[in-house]
Design a protein around this ligand. Structure first.
Ligand SMILES: C[S@@+](CC[C@H](N)C(=O)[O-])C[C@H]1O[C@@H](n2cnc3c(N)ncnc32)[C@H](O)[C@@H]1O
Length: 448
């Protein structure tokens, strides 16, 4: 095979980013947009050391699992990668993906259940974050194309809140009328960098403008555009981010309209959520995730629970109702303030929270407290090795691991297994339909 060759091949697998994988002349060929069970014609566009990249030119025989993607920028935008696959087949893909990670990375043989399906296949996200770029005279607001910083302009996104459309059009009016300058990452000049929208289950919205500066022009006009047209906007925040960084939010923020928080109801509890505070992006499915974890942990009023990476205390407070006592640890101070507030708001008196890095705070907490169960819900990079070693050295009887990345989960389970823990069944929970992402819950028990 050489570049620009036309090839025909059968697709027999899906890659981690949702690309179809077939084989030709002994090489794996990755073809974006092709599905297992299909015969396709592709043009060779790159020959890498271990694989070939083909561009889909024609589907010669289509998979019965193929569906028509509803989004007009599907295939261009780097957001969703599975809109062309039926939802049932997406779930099957996710189960296989988790199983492969556990076997290949973790070298473990664990039962992996079929994923709990999401209640909504579209419009399920409660948070949208869009970069803004100047494109000649036009302002592009949207998503980056896959593996690039090239922006695909969008006026709606099918997995985001439906209010997004109106938010985008009102923002464009304000941007143009007030000649708001747009951030240019190559020169580190210009004001507006990102737009973030959060929505709670009641449909209330928080709009966050991430700016490279200290203020925006004509705030009154911006507020007026939302106050009358979209009264669901309860909060407008400026987040100051003047660093040369890919991080979206800056460390400081100020509320210029309404309140600097939204309330969300999860598992029958109320949570105050600030602009910096992590919240699972699929609120409806978050309840399924937490209920799955709590069912698998089977907490009793004798348990002292340590909830690591606790965010605004959402899991902690749901666990506190079933346990003797809960201790939460979280890096972001605003989230910890919200967690403390949320405990009071819900009349929960058996939960306390500490702000700081888990690896730093963990040893002293484990020494002080007779912890019977630990919950970990780390970011995608998984657990620091020091955290796994500290937990294993403490001999805590039970660990509930919530993971948004099956690869790092498998790596961490392997280390726990070496250090005397055995993992039970892995339960994937689909929080992210139309994408290859999947959340997993697994409970580990100390063997001694
Ligand atoms: C996947 S979220 C889980 C949050 C919470 N359990 C929930 O369900 O909403 C991971 C959390 O870990 C926090 N975090 C990241 N690094 C941390 C660290 N080194 N120590 C403590 N918390 C950290 C993040 O701020 C975030 O709130």
């Amino acid at each position: 095979m050489k570049k620009n060759d036309w090839i025909e091949l059968d697709i027999d697998d899906l890659g981690t980013d949702g690309q179809g994988i077939g084989h030709k002349d002994g090489a794996a060929v990755f073809v974006d947009g092709a599905l297992p069970g299909e015969r396709v014609r592709a043009k060779v566009i790159a020959l890498k050391k271990n694989y070939v990249v083909g561009k889909l030119e024609e589907i010669l025989s289509a998979s019965p699992m193929r569906v028509k993607p509803p989004c007009r920028v599907f295939g261009k935008c780097g957001g969703c990668s599975l809109q062309h696959l039926s939802y049932a087949a997406q779930l099957q893909f996710k189960q296989n993906f988790v199983r492969n990670c556990i076997q290949r990375i973790g070298k473990l043989e664990l039962p992996v259940n079929f994923p709990l399906p999401a209640r909504n296949e579209y419009r399920y996200r409660n948070k949208a974050a869009f970069p803004v770029q100047k494109n000649g005279e036009q302002i592009d607001i949207g998503f980056y194309a896959a593996h690039s910083h090239r922006l695909i302009d969008v006026d709606d996104c099918r997995i985001q809140p439906s209010a997004l459309r109106i938010v985008m059009s009102q923002l464009r009016v304000w941007l143009v009328k007030n000649k708001v300058s747009i951030y240019d990452e190559s020169t580190h000049t210009g004001l507006l960098r990102h737009i973030v929208l959060r929505e709670n289950k009641a449909g209330e919205l928080m709009l966050i403008l991430c700016i490279n500066g200290e203020d925006i022009p004509n705030k009154a006009h911006l507020i007026m555009l939302f106050e009358f047209v979209l009264p669901q906007v309860k909060s407008i925040i400026l987040s100051f981010n003047t660093k040369r960084t890919n991080t979206i939010m800056g460390g400081r923020s100020v509320c210029i309209y309404g309140k600097d928080y939204l309330f969300e109801t999860l598992c029958g509890l109320e949570f105050r959520i600030g602009p910096q505070t992590f919240l699972q992006v699929n609120s409806a499915q978050t309840e399924a995730l937490y209920n799955t974890l709590l069912r698998m942990l089977a907490l009793t009023k004798a348990d002292t629970v340590l909830d690591l990476y606790c965010g605004a205390g959402t899991i902690s407070l749901a666990a506190a109702r079933r346990a003797k006592r809960v201790i939460g640890i979280e890096l972001v101070e605003e989230a910890v303030e919200n967690a403390k507030f949320n405990a009071k708001l819900n009349g929960i008196e058996n939960a306390i929270f500490f702000a700081g890095d888990t690896a730093r705070l963990l040893p002293s907490v484990l020494e002080r407290e007779a912890v019977s169960t630990v919950i970990v819900d780390p970011p995608r990079k998984g657990l620091d090795e020091a955290v796994v070693r500290a937990l294993a050295a403490s001999g805590v009887p039970k660990i509930g691991y919530v993971s948004c990345n099956p690869s790092t989960l498998a790596r961490d389970l392997a280390l726990f297994s070496e250090l005397g823990y055995s993992a039970g069944v892995v339960q994937p929970v689909d929080m992210f339909p139309q994408t290859t992402h999947v959340e997993c819950v697994v409970v580990l028990s100390c063997k001694n």
